[in-house]
Design a protein around this ligand. Structure first.
Ligand SMILES: NC(=O)c1ccc[n+]([C@@H]2O[C@H](COP(=O)([O-])OP(=O)(O)OC[C@H]3O[C@@H](n4cnc5c(N)ncnc54)[C@H](O)[C@@H]3O)[C@@H](O)[C@H]2O)c1
Length: 269
């Protein structure tokens, strides 16, 4: 028996990266999983990686987290099938374009905010009554280290991830005495498909794959934090370092941050 045995966990964006690793590890610990992704083929690949066991049920759905009606219908289906939910992990997310904000258009903001912020709000809001009805349950929202520090060329992404953090911390404050543990996750660089999916340049894609922590290690850190009911889970040493810098110099961390995240100031001219 492990902490997650026989629990029911919802994971969005389970077709790749961190969501896939979370799914495989949860199911490996005997947790029933309701997994979804906008990409049906990738989700099928995740299902094939779930350890075969008749102890574990896996419900799979194609779901666009930014679509409120779809999410609402999906949440009802999950409750109908499992009767309850113990862990909701709002993980699905995308990166924005790697340009300064004068080059952004409104469509850039809408695309990123619709998935990263509205996806998290939909997933939290739709499952909230079911989490409150099940004391000891967990709500886990994935922000980013860029929900704690704001680098250049990530304006829409930062807006979405700082908002996820504010929303999640507000939920934690409200739900503290109502039996729901709320965790906000702030990963540093993780070697997933996020940069490829956003069509970022080769240098950035390579940096993710060579310098990033594996999604499996990230998932282990996240699940340990969830199990402990932590308010905040930082993933990677870089995330701890950047968090420390912004606490030390909330208004002046820029010059120390840029070399850590590998942005040369000439890229900003
Ligand atoms: N990889 C990193 O370095 C990193 C760092 C900080 C935070 N994060 C966050 O971690 C989370 C997981 O990202 P990842 O790195 O595993 O990326 P990934 O690209 O490997 O996986 C993201 C998954 O979300 C899915 N997705 C995208 N749009 C969707 C939508 N509208 N509806 C449903 N699913 C959708 C994708 O199809 C994909 O399977 C994201 O919220 C991301 O912002 C990642």
């Amino acid at each position: 028996m492990t902490y997650f045995s026989d629990k029911v966990a919802v994971v969005t964006g389970a077709g790749s990266g961190i969501g896939r690793a979370l799914t495989v590890q949860l199911a490996g610990q005997g947790c029933h999983v309701a997994i979804s992704d906008i990409n049906e083929d990738n989700l099928a690949e995740t299902v094939a990686l779930i350890p075969q066991s008749d102890r574990v049920t896996a419900k799979t759905n194609t779901l666009d987290v930014s679509d409120r009606k779809q999410f609402s219908k999906y949440a009802l289906e999950v409750i109908e099938e499992f009767g309850r939910v113990d862990v909701v992990i709002n993980n699905a997310g995308i990166s924005g374009r790697d340009v300064t904000m004068d080059e952004f258009d409104y469509a850039d903001y809408e695309r990123v905010l619709n998935v990263n912020l509205w996806g998290v709000i939909h997933g939290s809001h739709e499952f909230l009554p079911h989490l409150i009805a099940n004391p000891g349950s967990h709500l886990v929202n994935v922000s980013s280290i860029f929900g704690l520090v704001a680098p250049p060329m990530a304006g829409a992404y930062c807006a979405s991830k700082f908002a996820v953090r504010g929303y999640t911390e507000a939920l934690r404050t409200e739900l503290r005495d109502r039996g729901v543990h709320v965790t906000c996750v702030h990963p540093g660089v993780i070697a997933t498909n996020i940069a490829v999916a956003a069509g970022l340049d080769e240098e950035t894609v390579n940096a993710f794959s060579t310098k990033g922590l594996t999604p499996e290690k990230a998932a282990r850190v996240i699940l340990k934090g969830v199990q402990k009911g932590k308010a905040r889970v930082l993933v990677t040493g870089g995330a701890y370092l950047l968090d420390f810098l912004q606490r030390l110099m909330p208004g002046g961390y820029r010059s120390l941050m840029l070399p850590i995240i590998g942005i040369k100031s000439n890229k900003l001219k």
